[in-house]
Design a protein around this ligand. Structure first.
Ligand code: 13P
Ligand code: SF4
Length: 312
C-alpha cells in the first residue's frame, strides 16, 4: 500500500510535468479509476479524447480505445499501459475478412461498434457505442440495409429494438457471454427483490429477462436514480467500484460467471492488465505509444466523427 501511494504521487507529478491526462474505463482496477482525470464508458472516453487540451493521453482501457483516441487526436501522444490489452470483439474481425464480408453486401451501410480496430473503422460508415447504437440506427432511413459489426449480441439487440434489417458479424465479448445462466437463475431466486441490469454485450436470454439494458454509464446512472435498493449487475465487475462509491447504501451483486472464469464474477482479463506500475512506466517512458498509419486514420476519423456528431 505504501508503495502504491508512492506510485500514485509519482504518477501525479509526472502527469503535471508532461501535461498528460489519464483516461480510464470503468472496467480497470479501482485504484486506477481513483487517480484518473476522467472515468467513463466508450462514448464518454472518446469525447474526452477529442476535447482534452493535454499533450499526452494515458489511456487505461484496452488497445482499441487508445487507437480511437489517436484517430481523434493525432497531434497528441497516446500511450497505453500494456500493448497486449486487446479485446475479443476487436480480435474477431480481421480487416481482410471484414472487407470481403462487406463486398458481399454492397447495398448495406456499415455500422461498427467502437470495439474494433482502426482498420475496421476505416471500412465503416458510422461507428457506435452501446450508449448510442439505438439512436444511430434509428437516425437512418427505415429501409436502409445495415451491416452491424463486430458484436452479434449487441447487433441482435439493436435489430430487435429498432426493427431494422441488419446483417450481423459473428463476434462476441468473452466476458459478457461468460455469465452463467444457471447461477444467475439461482441468484435471482435468492434475491427476488433485486432488479437485473445488463450490458447489451450479454447473450439474448439475459437481455430478454433484464429489467434495464444499457452501456456502463447508463447502468451507473440507473442505480443512482432508481428507487430500488438492490441490483444484480450483469457486466464486467469493475463497474461496481464506481457504483459502490455512488450508492454506498444500495446492495449491488455482480452477476456470476461460469466456472471457466478464474474469478467468481465477470472480469475482463485485458482490462485487468492495467496496473499502477504500468501506468507509471507509460507516463515516464512515454510508451508503449499508439501509432495509426495516416491513410487508415483519416478514413477511421470520418466514421468516428460521424458518431460524435450524431451523439451531441
Ligand atoms: P461501454 O463502456 O461502452 O459500456 O462498453 C463496455 C465494454 O465492453 C468496453 O470494452
Ligand atoms: Fe473487449 Fe469484452 Fe473486455 Fe470490453 S469487456 S474489452 S468488450 S473483451
Amino acid at each position: 500500500i505504501a508503495a502504491d501511494l508512492d506510485l500514485i504521487e509519482e504518477i501525479n507529478r509526472l502527469k503535471k510535468e508532461k501535461n498528460a491526462v489519464i483516461l480510464a474505463h470503468y472496467y480497470v482496477d479501482g485504484a486506477i479509476q481513483d487517480l484518473a482525470d476522467y472515468i467513463g464508458d466508450s462514448l464518454g472516453l472518446s469525447q474526452q479524447a477529442a476535447a482534452t487540451p493535454a499533450d499526452m493521453i494515458v489511456f487505461c482501457g484496452v488497445h482499441f480505445m487508445g487507437e480511437t483516441a489517436k484517430v481523434l487526436s493525432p497531434q497528441k501522444k497516446v500511450v497505453i499501459p500494456d500493448l497486449n490489452a486487446g479485446c475479443s470483439l476487436a480480435d474477431s474481425a480481421p480487416a481482410d475478412k471484414f472487407a470481403a464480408f462487406k463486398a458481399q453486401h454492397p447495398d448495406h451501410i456499415v455500422i461498427s461498434y467502437i470495439n474494433c480496430s482502426a482498420e475496421i473503422k476505416a471500412l465503416t460508415d458510422i461507428v457506435c457505442t452501446s450508449s448510442n447504437a439505438l439512436h444511430i440506427v434509428n437516425s437512418l432511413p427505415k429501409d436502409q440495409k445495415i451491416i452491424f459489426a463486430p458484436d452479434a449480441n449487441l447487433g441482435r439487440y439493436v435489430a430487435q429494438k429498432t426493427g431494422r434489417d441488419m446483417v450481423l458479424w459473428d463476434g462476441a465479448c468473452i466476458v459478457h457471454i461468460d455469465i452463467s445462466r444457471e447461477k444467475l437463475q439461482k441468484l435471482r431466486e435468492e434475491n427476488p427483490d433485486a432488479l437485473l441490469i445488463a450490458h447489451p454485450e450479454c447473450k439474448e436470454d439475459i437481455l430478454l429477462q433484464a429489467d434495464f439494458v444499457s452501456s456502463t454509464t447508463g447502468l451507473l446512472k440507473f442505480v443512482e436514480t432508481s428507487d430500488h435498493q438492490k441490483f444484480i449487475v450483469a457486466t464486467e465487475a469493475g463497474i461496481l467500484h464506481k457504483m459502490k462509491q455512488a450508492v454506498p447504501h444500495k446492495k449491488l451483486i455482480p452477476a456470476p460467471a461460469t466456472d471457466n472464469n478464474t474469478c467468481a464474477c465477470s472480469e475482463c482479463p485485458y482490462m485487468k492488465m492495467n496496473t499502477l506500475e504500468k501506468v507509471y512506466n507509460a507516463l515516464l517512458y512515454e510508451q508503449p505509444e499508439i501509432i495509426v498509419p495516416e491513410d487508415i486514420r483519416l478514413k477511421a476519423y470520418d466514421s468516428v466523427a460521424r458518431m460524435l456528431e450524431l451523439s451531441k
